[in-house]
Design a protein. Structure first.
Length: 231
């Protein structure tokens, strides 16, 4: 009788502890539940983070899937550069900025989040780089990003292309964090839907402000407004 009572008490205690643990993670630690990779983490997601940060020039360590101090430092540099909370933890917003989506989400949800995130980020890029330009020129800027995603010389995600170190001035000066207007959003969507008024360009520049002689050597595809688009 005593044994059965003790066993019942132990089971109740275990259930209570489990419930308290879950509630703690939801309410007290809610902001870090989505921090899928942080110091001490290991696995494929960490490798993705390291690979992208190394490609963009933030990380110079080994792509070993171990979230050590070098990875923390690189993540902080990326966060600081891109207006994110600088905590060294690859949480939801940081992962989205890198173009990484959690494998814990189902595929349809991940696809939807990816598409939404790409549109938002691309719209902000268009607004920062080309607001005031003709509409086709704004679509052209978005198309250049998508053309780079498909090109072997560039990162293979929208976030990767946009946040590649030195690629776009609006990332360096913080304009990437401005809210896009409806025109920029529509231009980004048109580019995603397949319109490419840049004719396959992977570069564009303003001839009135360009200081690089190299960019002038690139084959011209079209001129729209203040931008020359080229390959």
């Amino acid at each position: 009788m005593f044994y059965q009572k003790s066993k019942k008490v132990a089971i109740i205690t275990l259930i209570t502890a489990t419930i308290l643990f879950v509630l703690y993670n939801i309410f007290v630690n809610g902001n870090t539940v989505l921090a899928l990779s942080k110091y001490g983490s290991r696995g494929d997601e960490v490798k993705q983070i390291q690979t992208k940060l190394k490609r963009w020039g933030y990380y110079n360590g080994s792509v070993d899937g171990i979230y050590g101090s070098k990875t923390v430092t690189a993540v902080k540099s990326f966060q600081r550069k891109n207006g994110l909370s600088v905590d060294g933890i690859a949480g939801k917003n940081t992962l989205a900025a890198m173009g990484i989506y959690s494998s814990s989400s189902n595929s349809s949800s991940s696809s939807g989040n990816s598409n939404s995130s790409n549109l938002n980020l691309l719209s902000r890029l268009v607004y920062g780089e080309a607001r005031g330009e003709p509409y086709s020129g704004q679509v052209g800027v978005a198309a250049v990003v998508l053309n780079r995603v498909s090109h072997s010389s560039f990162p293979n995600t929208v976030a990767g292309v946009i946040y590649q170190r030195g690629a776009f001035d609006v990332v360096s000066d913080g304009q990437i964090n401005m809210s896009p207007n409806s025109t920029a959003i529509k231009a980004a969507q048109d580019a995603i839907n397949g319109w490419d008024p840049s004719y396959g360009a992977i570069y564009y520049f303003n001839p009135n402000t360009a200081t690089s002689s190299w960019i002038w050597s690139r084959p011209l595809t079209v001129v729209i407004g203040n931008h020359r688009f080229c390959k």
